[in-house]
Design a protein around this ligand. Structure first.
Ligand SMILES: Cc1cc2nc3c(=O)[nH]c(=O)nc-3n(C[C@H](O)[C@H](O)[C@H](O)COP(=O)(O)O)c2cc1C
Length: 350
């Protein structure tokens, strides 16, 4: 890895390597898919609605989103992250969708890095989510640090990401996950904004969804398997043969996103869900919503676009939005509420 102007020590170096590896290497799952190809809509030859009247908007924790989409949490803390986050935020503001920033741990530990996360000036209206690793609650972080992450970027929610496998694949990883649920519960109680629990690509099971709901989280982002694969990312940045081989062994690990949505739905029937992990098209978004999520998130394809310009992010997401609208038209769903009640055809049962 080349040397980066991180300014935030080993954390900054790690983050810069995550960006570089994700941009330059093939870091997606090789044989595991998100599972949406196993489902189809029944085509409505007579939808009895006008394409132009299809309403994609949703209400999410009091904010109106013009489409049920989030730019998933990715970067921050290093020089290049500033431009990427601002390009993403400008696109989110233009399209009226939500966005998360990458883990703010480095900016809590080194306030100079906070600038790379601040995007409110270019995105005053969007649903913006702060982000910290939940495991940091076992490494000295508490309610105060969670509040600071939210205040730092004037966020509407706090994402606590759950990433035991990602940490276990790093020689420098934080792997003390014991007793974390209780601490998540106290954060949920103390914060005035909702807490969103999120994996990073390995999915949320029914049991874990139930535990998180009982702890008081306001939403779950399943971040399942099928898109970006963190064992691939960590494999490329592993400094030793041991960690390379361990990471490689987990190349098929994880609950595919389509399955995780349904598991989380069963485990936490009352909670809104975000589907992410391998969402690549508007049809994936439509299927994710029909399977039980409220919205969907994309990360890697937008990192590549944001590396170029806000216009590239808008162009990529505009295709997703137009495909979603067309899929709803041909499934006979005039709005997101109707899309949620559609039953998909499971292909493997044919
Ligand atoms: C470069 C990069 C950095 C990421 N950093 C974070 C992070 O700091 N916090 C987090 O919750 N998820 C992080 N993620 C995970 C994404 O939010 C998302 O859950 C995952 O990439 C799956 O979505 P995808 O298949 O659309 O990429 C990161 C993803 C990428 C590609």
């Amino acid at each position: 890895m080349k040397d980066h102007k991180a300014g935030t020590g080993s954390l900054g170096k790690r983050k810069a390597e995550h960006i570089e590896v994700s941009l330059l290497k093939d870091v997606e799952y090789k044989t595991v898919t998100a599972g949406f190809e196993n489902y189809d809509f029944y085509h409505a030859a007579l939808p009895e609605i006008d394409l132009e009247t299809i309403d994609l908007s949703i209400e999410f924790f009091g904010k109106r989103l013009r489409a049920p989409l989030f730019i998933s949490s990715m970067v921050g803390g290093v020089e290049e992250a500033l431009r990427i986050n601002r390009n993403l935020a400008e696109a989110a503001q233009f399209l009226g969708i939500g966005m998360g920033v990458g883990s703010q741990r480095c900016a809590i530990e080194n306030p100079e890095a906070a600038e790379t996360f601040r995007v409110r000036d270019v995105a005053p209206d969007i649903m913006l989510c702060a982000n910290l690793g939940a495991v940091q609650l076992n490494y000295g972080f508490g309610i105060d640090e969670c509040l600071r992450a939210v205040e730092m970027i004037e966020a509407d929610a706090l994402i606590l990401h759950l990433n035991p496998l990602q940490e276990a694949l790093q020689s420098e990883g934080d792997t003390r996950f014991g007793g974390l649920l209780e601490k998540i519960e106290s954060v949920c109680r103390a914060l005035s904004v909702p807490v969103i629990a999120k994996e990073v690509c390995f999915g949320i099971s029914e049991q874990v969804a139930g535990m998180l709901a009982d702890a008081g989280v306001g939403c779950i982002d399943v971040a399942g398997a099928g898109g970006t694969c963190w064992s691939e990312v960590e494999k490329y940045r592993s400094g030793s043969d041991l960690f390379y081989q361990v990471a490689e062994s987990f190349g098929t690990w994880g609950i595919p996103t389509a399955e995780s949505i349904q598991m989380a739905r069963r485990g936490a029937p009352e909670l809104p869900l975000i589907a992410s992990g391998g969402i690549r098209t508007g049809i994936d978004v439509a299927k994710a919503i029909a399977l039980g999520s409220h919205a969907a998130g994309l990360a890697l394809p937008l990192l590549k676009a944001a590396h170029e310009s806000p216009e590239s992010v808008i162009a990529a997401l505009s295709v997703v939005i137009q495909v979603l609208k067309t899929a709803m038209f041909c499934a006979g769903a005039p709005d997101i509420r109707s899309l949620k009640s559609i039953t998909l055809r499971k292909k493997s049962e044919d």
